[in-house]
Design a protein. Structure first.
Lengths: 283, 283
């Protein structure tokens, strides 16, 4: 069945209230549309957890800086709706910019500890946009569960901390990275890649797998591992490292000898397209 | 009947959920305790609007800067509970600092347009603390109505904008200033005043009434009005003007010829105690 498409905040709120009166639990997957298997895995997980499911499709302007890809960010609403129908999504929330950021908009939510690390170094205003739109969506949808992908590991951590700090009732679920058969992490931005770039982009996943193997063999010299990754990545003519970081998975501070769970995160420009990927290393 | 005192977020949330399941509407008055007639007027207004009422008592550390009066802010929990009992408050939410800001706290809510104006010039981090704690309390109490006093006009405006911008479901009600019989605006900080200071503090209200009278007579020279107020205030030896501002009541920008509703706001140090007051002037 085609999901109900709701475009106004008031109507979305009424829908959620009605479900709540009926005692039905709500799973929520916030997206920027152009859905891929990663999103669909979140939708499926949500349907296991709750009685009804809401997917928001909104390309949030406040998380893009001037010069980033806001205008060309890929969109295909009809295809998204078809995919949501196949996954038995109940409601697609699809608001306009005027609905979400009306004239005189002035309130923002900010994580002050983690927003300037990793991706925040290259995209200093990005996470403020993310926390702000997610706070808004949490208040509008008022879900029992909200699902995020681990591909955006920093985002997931920042949102988990936001939900805890600001006492949102919504429980945050973070689901594993979904990959293409050849290992490239699913991302709407993969669409930007030329065939040659698409091939070279495999080096993100390959270099993560290589470090995991070395880690299992006992290698603990993070500088050596990092150097090896950088060399592998930059050997592909289309690839340029934005960052490769071994950080504490909770604080995103540089991993030290006492870090039990290390997040190895990287961002790589493939041509003009910036891709991210990551893995967790346990000590 | 003595109100039920709830100290944990989880228990407060359960209480609100239960009321909601019973179809009962909730009025919420956030306070820092040491209740006075201003607070009680908000509680009464809340009881008119909703089925049940919650008062929070929490001296929020994040809205005080180092060197401000956090430690000596007046507290009298027993008296507050007695007053709440007289007003038939159902629940007093009385959390600890550890409950509200546990270790690792890192998420803040900020109004980026209005927080550095008026009181924000003297207290640059104050409103970030206010919006953060109010966002938290809104999520915890999940009320239908929240009530604020117009004495803190800038706070009320910032919170009204926050509720709209972040799509909180709670409706913001702003109630008139309550004054002592001699005209001094009610404030917990009035307790700090010596008898001499208490007498001289009347100049805040008197100078506002004087401007209102001149305004009714047609005076529109804001500089002249401001100068007259400053002279009157600083003629009292204990009083020193922090600011006197005529601003647009919605934007808090300096009032221009096109401002229809002007907020005349002032802050005055009386001894070491900083008092605020305000009035609205209609063109």
């Amino acid at each position: 069945m085609t999901p109900k498409v709701i475009k106004t905040i008031a109507a979305m709120r009424r829908q959620s209230r009605q479900w709540q009166r009926e005692g039905r639990s709500i799973a929520f997957v916030p997206t920027m549309g152009f859905l891929h298997e990663g999103h669909l895995s979140l939708i499926r997980k949500g349907r296991e957890l709750a009685d009804v499911s809401v997917v928001s499709i909104y390309v949030n302007p406040t998380q893009f800086a001037p010069g980033e890809d806001l205008d060309k960010y890929p969109r295909d609403f009809e295809r998204d709706i078809r995919l949501c129908a196949e996954e038995q999504v109940d409601v697609v929330f699809f608001p306009s910019n005027e609905e979400m950021y009306p004239g005189g908009y002035q309130t923002f939510v900010l994580n002050e500890s983690l927003s300037d690390k990793l991706c925040g170094r290259t995209r200093p205003t990005h996470f403020k946009g993310v926390t702000t739109i997610v706070a808004k969506l949490f208040n509008i949808v008022d879900a029992d569960y909200a699902l995020f992908g681990r591909k955006d590991a920093q985002q997931a951590l920042i949102i988990r901390n936001m939900a805890r700090d600001l006492n949102f009732r919504t429980e945050i679920i973070v689901a594993p990275i979904v990959r293409e058969p050849d290992g490239l992490a699913m991302s709407s931005r993969n669409k930007y890649l030329s065939p040659v770039q698409r091939q070279q982009a495999l080096v993100l996943n390959e270099s993560l797998r290589r470090v995991e193997a070395l880690w299992r063999e006992g290698e603990r010299d993070l500088d050596r591992l990092k150097k090896e990754m950088a060399t592998a990545i930059e050997s592909r003519p289309e690839c340029r490292v934005d960052y490769i970081s071994f950080v504490d998975a909770d604080t995103l501070e540089n991993a030290g000898d006492d870090s039990k769970k290390i997040l190895l995160a990287l961002a790589v420009f493939v041509g003009n397209t910036r891709l991210i990927d990551n893995t967790l290393l346990q000590r």
